[in-house]
Design a protein around this ligand. Structure first.
Ligand code: AMP
Length: 270
């Protein structure tokens, strides 16, 4: 695996490759990330993994500061996975050039966009920058961050003529979705996260038969979970998979949740 830190070196290295698969990450590599890497390798792409903790997508300074970092462990895992390139640019390099600013319309200010002011504008900005550097044919992203996937498809897929490969959420045995932020939780909180995931999975299954009825009592479930586990739920909503419309049960839909547990924000969808 080649580790590259400058945009110039990366361009030189990859200019002759046509079939590039790009896996953007913020590090803390886990089996969720590995599944995206394996999907790219299966596609016989030269696989570039980026590790870049993008400061502009953190709406709270402290969240950025405490985001888990362990680059040596990440490098060891990526080497084992036979990744072709690890791209680790500096903040200065990525933000050196002028680039389009993104503004979300009111209709997109839903779910995480509603409470994390500027978060997706930061995500779109950095993805626009990274994709203009890497110009890959394929991009691999996880359904765990469904709204991010949706917005990148909406704003960037045509511009870069990139195929966006969405990969299912990888969970540990107890059904908690793998996330770098899980490292900030102790056993007790991970057990709560597991109970919540199991409960919501069941609820989603039930909702296939009577979605409107369950939707109407979701606010009660929200309060129930908040009091039982002493957590703060930002949202618990059913939304259409294609357009993220609220309580539209004509097509496939998902149950979305974001909550704070011991000052750590977790998101998931079922
Ligand atoms: P992150 O490093 O958290 O920014 O995530 C980088 C990429 O990995 C994003 O496309 C995520 O959606 C994806 N990802 C994170 N966690 C998981 C998971 N548990 N299963 C599948 N993909 C994931």
């Amino acid at each position: 695996m080649k580790i590259i830190t400058s945009i110039f070196d990366l361009n030189k290295e990859i200019k002759n490759y046509k079939n590039i698969g790009f896996v953007p990450t913020m590090g803390g590599i886990h089996a969720g990330h590995s599944s995206l890497i394996k999907a790219s390798q299966k596609n016989k792409s030269k696989t570039i993994v980026s590790i870049f903790i993008n400061p502009t997508q953190f709406n709270k300074k402290n969240d950025f500061k405490k985001y888990p970092r362990n680059i040596n462990k990440d490098i060891a895992i990526l080497k084992k996975l036979n990744v072709d390139y690890l791209f680790r640019p500096s903040v200065k390099d990525v933000y050196r050039f002028k680039s389009k600013k993104f503004n979300l319309k009111k209709s997109d200010k839903i779910l995480c966009a509603k409470s994390r002011n500027g978060h997706f504008e930061g995500v779109l900005d950095v993805m626009n920058r990274l994709m203009s550097i890497i110009k890959s044919k394929d991009l691999y992203m996880g359904e765990k961050d469904y709204q991010q996937l949706y917005l990148i498809k909406k704003f960037l897929s045509k511009k870069f003529r990139v195929r966006i490969n969405s990969c299912p959420t990888v969970r540990i045995k107890n059904k908690v979705a793998l996330s770098t932020r899980n490292k900030l939780l102790n056993k007790k909180y991970l057990k709560i996260a597991s109970e919540i995931a199991l409960f919501l999975r069941k609820l989603k299954r039930k909702s296939k038969f009577q979605p409107s009825e369950i939707a109407s009592i979701l606010p009660n479930y929200k309060i129930l979970l908040e009091t039982k586990y002493n957590i703060k739920i930002d949202y618990l909503e059913f939304r259409d998979e294609k357009n993220l419309e609220l309580n539209n049960f004509k097509n496939k839909f998902r149950l979305f949740i974001a909550y704070n547990i011991n000052n750590v924000r977790l998101i998931d969808n079922f």
